[in-house]
Design a binder for this molecule. Structure first.
Ligand SMILES: [Zn+2]
Length: 155
């Protein structure tokens, strides 16, 4: 499991822009769907999309190579409609490399830039467990659209 670092500034995540809800930081909100998915195999089928959307919105956790690897996997899986089992196989290959793709700088020394995303973990958290499948599917679509629209890469 990758340890993600996020920083809240004035009630917002300094990278994805998610608002703090009920005192939960961006990273704390992310823990909720990770628990929910253990109660529902159909939700667990979306594990890759949940984690990769979150990763793509927090680039400071990765090296440039790691981020590009993740982004390429996300886009290929999305555009080619990969089966869940195939995605998980590819994801395992990626996770095996994760030690090398994590940003070696300590969290306090990392550069964080806010980019404007249509949806963040905040939306998934707010929709609650019953609607999580729909919301994660929407999140995946919106991340795919946003990735095309950015004029600048995060590095
Ligand atoms: Zn965030």
């Amino acid at each position: 499991m990758v340890q993600f670092h996020t920083v809240m500034e004035k009630g917002r995540c300094s990278e994805c822009g998610a608002r703090e809800i009920d005192g939960h930081s961006c990273h704390e909100m992310f823990q909720y769907p990770l628990v929910w998915e253990h109660n529902d195999p159909k939700l667990y089928d979306l594990h890759f999309w949940l984690v990769s959307c979150y990763m793509l919105q927090h680039p400071s956790n990765f090296t440039k190579e790691g981020y590009d690897l993740m982004k390429t996997l996300f886009i290929e899986a999305y555009e080619n409609n990969w089966e869940t089992s195939y995605i998980l196989k590819k994801n395992r290959e990626l996770v095996a490399k994760i030690g090398k793709i994590t940003n070696p700088l300590p969290s306090t020394k990392r550069q964080r830039n806010t980019r404007k995303w249509a949806m963040t973990i905040e939306d998934v958290f707010l929709c609650g467990e019953e609607n999580a499948i729909n919301k994660i599917n929407q999140w995946k679509d919106s991340v795919r659209v946003n990735l095309n629209g950015f004029l600048q890469e995060p590095y």
